[in-house]
Design a protein around this ligand. Structure first.
Ligand code: GAR
Length: 204
């Protein structure tokens, strides 16, 4: 029988506002082809875990500092297999995944990045640092990108982008909030629905 939903895992490290946007989009029907089954954090104290628990989503903590890169990826792989996960969303997940891992999930991992790729992206550009760099450069427009994840940090195929103007006197913190609200929380749910729906249509 054809499936009507794919299983989604969300990987997080911090506050989890993007995770919250996904949970809300699932509840409101914006996401209808995917169901969030599992939230994995590399930080035991990530507030994102509380958000998952409140939404009755299964959680797991996989610490890179305890397990090392390979151990962390092995544990994540086991959890994804056990929970029959089809799609992985990196929503503020602050660890880079190796080529060995990303190759196993070709076109099955998506990431949200807080700039218009190819600006302000790649290794070292994450969280507030991205907005600091945009303000330092003096760009007048920034935004967010959702892309597939491959072995190149922030280098995979772009799925959706949304531009955001930068008001005068912005701080990294005010710009981060603006980009999240006007771009990330909108395009991440839409991109997840697009990718999930395509997988269902392909019948994979
Ligand atoms: C978001 O702005 C996300 O785009 C960024 O970290 C923040 C996480 O916030 N991700 C990266 O910089 C990845 N390169 P959240 O935990 O509230 O979703």
């Amino acid at each position: 029988m054809p499936r009507n939903c794919v299983n989604v895992a969300v990987l997080v490290s911090g506050g989890g506002t993007n995770l919250q946007a996904l949970i809300d989009a699932e509840n409101s029907g914006i996401i209808k082809s995917g169901k969030i089954k599992l939230v994995i954090s590399n930080k035991a104290d990530a507030y994102a875990l509380e958000r998952a628990k409140k939404a009755s989503i299964k959680t797991a903590v996989v610490s890179k500092s305890e397990l090392g890169q390979n151990g962390m990826e092995e544990k994540i792989t086991d959890l994804l297999t056990e929970n029959k996960i089809d799609i992985i969303v990196l929503a503020g997940f602050m660890c880079i995944l190796t080529a060995d891992f990303t190759k196993k999930y070709d076109k099955r991992i998506i990431n949200v990045h807080p700039s218009l790729i190819p600006s302000f992206c790649g290794e070292g550009f994450y969280g507030l640092r991205v907005h600091e760099a945009a303000l330092k450069k003096g760009v007048k427009v920034t935004g967010a990108t959702v892309h597939f994840v491959n072995e190149i940090p922030d280098g995979g195929e772009i799925i959706l982008q949304k531009a955001v103007t930068i008001p005068e006197n912005s701080t990294p913190e005010s710009l981060q909030k603006r980009v999240m609200k006007l771009a990330e929380w909108k395009i991440l749910p839409r991109a997840l629905e697009l990718v999930s729906n395509n997988i269902l249509k392909e019948g994979k």
